[in-house]
Design a protein around this ligand. Sequence first.
Ligand SMILES: Nc1ncnc2c1ncn2[C@@H]1O[C@H](COP(=O)(O)OP(=O)(O)OP(=O)(O)O)[C@@H](O)[C@H]1O
Ligand SMILES: [Mg+2]
Length: 337
Amino acid sequence: MQGLYSVLLWVIPALTYLLGGVLFIKGLGDLTIGTLVAFVAMQTTLFPQLNTLLRVATQVRASLALFTRVFEYLDLDIPIKEAANARTFPGGRARGHISFEGVTFTYPSARKATIEDVSFEVPCGAHIALVGSTGSGKTTLGYLLSRLYDVSEGRIRIDGIDVRELKLDALAGAVGVVTQETYLLHASIAENLRFVMPEASEADMIAACEIAQIHAHIESLPNGYDTVVGERGYRFSGGEKQRLAIARTILRDPPILVLDEATSALDTVTERAMGGALRSLSEGRTTISIAHRLSTVRDADQILVVKSGRICERGTYDELLAAGGEFSRLATGERRS
Ligand SMILES: Nc1ncnc2c1ncn2[C@@H]1O[C@H](COP(=O)(O)OP(=O)(O)OP(=O)(O)O)[C@@H](O)[C@H]1O
Ligand SMILES: [Mg+2]
């Protein structure tokens, strides 16, 4: 529509000359050439302004549509609410004891339960691994611990406190999650690292990146930590992005860590670097690692094998291999592939 108006605004002066010219030649009316030229001159100064005004109208209409979408999001009901008498951890920091007690969970859009009657306990500082075939519910267990969803039945406690009774800030500060997909904001690397911990110093940030084994790579970029990343910026590879996420988590220093290993195959050099970064990250913290490659769970204090939302086996690496059940079948399958 605006295009049509623009064309009209260009055509009208020409039409005015044509019509005025015809009237002048035929001697109709009191038209003089001076009047005609003045009239067209006035049109050419007026029309660009009119055109700008029309463009503004279009922009306002587009912005209104955008605002409607933004407000639709803002009006969405938040299913996870903080309890009225929510508490924090005694002493302000969680120690990191986790217990899942008869947890059953059904996604709001799903017909049957994704997690069924799962119970396990992780002592402070212990490392447990969740393994199992794809879609068995491992990531969902991590979501439940960080309370992205509330359990349908049973309860999850951290240091003896039900996660639903905790202040959301306290829970977010206690559980750090390195997910299968890492999101980077369209901002500098430093801003991407610092937004979880704005008060972190430059030295803290560099130390975190050194532990995550990504510092050297960032330093080699033309703008170092000021390099802009994200959708329209510098693009990191999957493994690099995950190491950045690890650095971010190191900066935040949560007592509980959930590591959801990327399914994508990493090359051996990156895999070794990642392994080193993850080991330094999990030191001194309660760690739940969700692993797709069984070789990475050898050191876990306990391995839980998840199958269709239930825990079907538990034990150490050697115990489970010797038991000859689901885990040893997964291990044999991995060796063959
Ligand atoms: N938001 C959702 N709504 C409904 N169902 C979902 C949702 N997210 C996941 N699921 C389903 O829940 C089941 C468990 O998913 P989950 O992501 O926990 O599996 P996983 O064990 O982490 O798999 P993978 O090894 O591939 O990462 C799957 O069948 C999946 O389709
Ligand atoms: Mg998963």
